[in-house]
Design a protein around this ligand. Structure first.
Ligand SMILES: Nc1ncnc2c1ncn2[C@@H]1O[C@H](COP(=O)(O)OP(=O)(O)OP(=O)(O)O)[C@@H](O)[C@H]1O
Ligand SMILES: [Mg+2]
Length: 343
């Protein structure tokens, strides 16, 4: 059995190659309840911010890195259970995990260890942008430059791919989650209002979906009175965070393009940039980026599942012995973490 898995800061997606293409897509959250044991996925996600002290809630991945090994193992086992017919895993499996380009050897080892502890015989790591490019159908095996941006919750990565290789890649350990946190902080400072992280994410999505309204109502705690309260939030509070995220994306694209040969730059001007990951759903992002960068920007259908679909497609190609094989992908020699230590 070949399990493919995209472990994200907010969501985990997993599938088994050759099993009807069923993909599970759940919050990457685990709650440890002393009475019920480990609760994983949507139920655990709903408990965040509402849990008593007796229930510990863990989001075990952050920015592509294992933050809590035991929980990552539990989540992997949960994926196997959900994807195997018998509801339990009786045999070993091979595991392919997607990762950002610039993880250190230690960070990569932690993921491999987690896979083996979950029961994997062999653990392979594949770059997330490469997997996404496969799902999008970009010609990454040809001598043509393809620029892919993965806009996740804890990782934002730009990668230029050509001839089965990552030519250049830049990334930051920030994403949609940081936008939510910034909204919470701003409301606390400027409005003395405490908004939960879930509510901040909902507000962000609402602002993204509704381009007309200028004000949005949220519920939280008034920090002056200590009582539950409603607050009318001007859309500018959210728009400013989205626009600052857009600046980050442009900066990453700039770094990536400046590190690549001129012929490939020409390809990007002609072919444009593909956005994948949950952040690609941010409305207005495509027009903002295409206007500021003066290149076409496209978002494939269902951008948040591109990575897992690409991993699955790669597995199918291997099984069919057809041309594509992730093991032949050449990783970037110098993936750079912007604002962090160079890897
Ligand atoms: N319609 C939308 N509008 C705005 N943001 C959205 C929308 N849909 C999803 N997002 C954001 O996308 C992020 C989740 O994206 P994704 O599932 O790709 O992240 P992840 O894979 O869990 O994290 P990472 O890969 O960075 O570790 C969340 O921050 C979520 O708020
Ligand atoms: Mg992701």
């Amino acid at each position: 059995m070949n399990l493919v898995c995209d472990l994200g800061t907010t969501n985990v997606r997993a599938a088994v190659a050759g099993s009807g293409n069923k993909i599970i897509n759940e919050p990457c959250v685990i709650a440890f309840d002393s009475l019920r044991g480990a609760i994983i996925g949507v139920e655990a996600y709903r408990m965040i911010g509402r849990n008593p002290d007796a229930i510990e809630i863990v989001t075990p991945m952050e920015g592509g890195v294992v933050k809590h090994l035991e929980s990552v193992v539990e989540i992997m086992k949960h994926c196997v259970k959900r994807l195997t017919r018998r509801g339990s895993f009786t045999r070993k499996f091979n595991l392919t995990l997607s990762i950002p380009s610039g993880l250190t050897q230690v960070e990569q080892k932690a993921l491999k260890d987690a896979g083996r502890l979950a029961g994997a015989r062999d653990v392979k790591l594949v770059n997330s942008t490469v997997a996404a490019a496969v799902a999008v159908g970009l010609p990454i095996e040809s001598p043509i430059g393809c620029l892919v941006m993965n806009l996740g919750s804890g990782v934002t990565e730009a990668a230029l791919l050509s001839m089965k290789g990552v030519v250049a890649s830049h990334w930051v350990r920030t994403g949609g989650h940081a936008i939510d946190e910034a909204i919470v902080e701003r409301l606390k400072k400027e409005y003395s209002f405490l908004l939960g992280l879930h509510s901040a994410e909902e507000l962000k999505r609402e602002v993204c979906n509704d381009r007309k309204s200028n004000e949005f109502e949220v519920r939280g705690r008034n920090l002056k009175t200590g009582l539950p309260d409603c607050l009318t939030v001007p859309r500018s509070v959210v728009d400013e965070q989205l626009s600052s995220y857009c600046d980050t994306i442009i900066e990453l694209i700039g770094h990536t393009i400046s590190a690549c040969p001129p012929e490939l730059v020409g390809d990007i001007i002609e072919r444009g940039i593909a956005l994948v990951g949950g952040g690609a759903n941010i409305s207005g992002l495509v027009s903002e980026l295409s206007t500021r960068l003066e290149v076409p920007v496209m978002v494939p259908e269902d951008p948040e599942t591109c990575v897992i679909r690409g991993l699955l497609q790669g597995q199918r190609s291997i099984q069919r012995n057809s041309v594509f094989d992730f093991s032949s992908i050449i990783p970037a020699a110098a993936a750079k973490e912007v604002g962090g230590g160079e890897k």
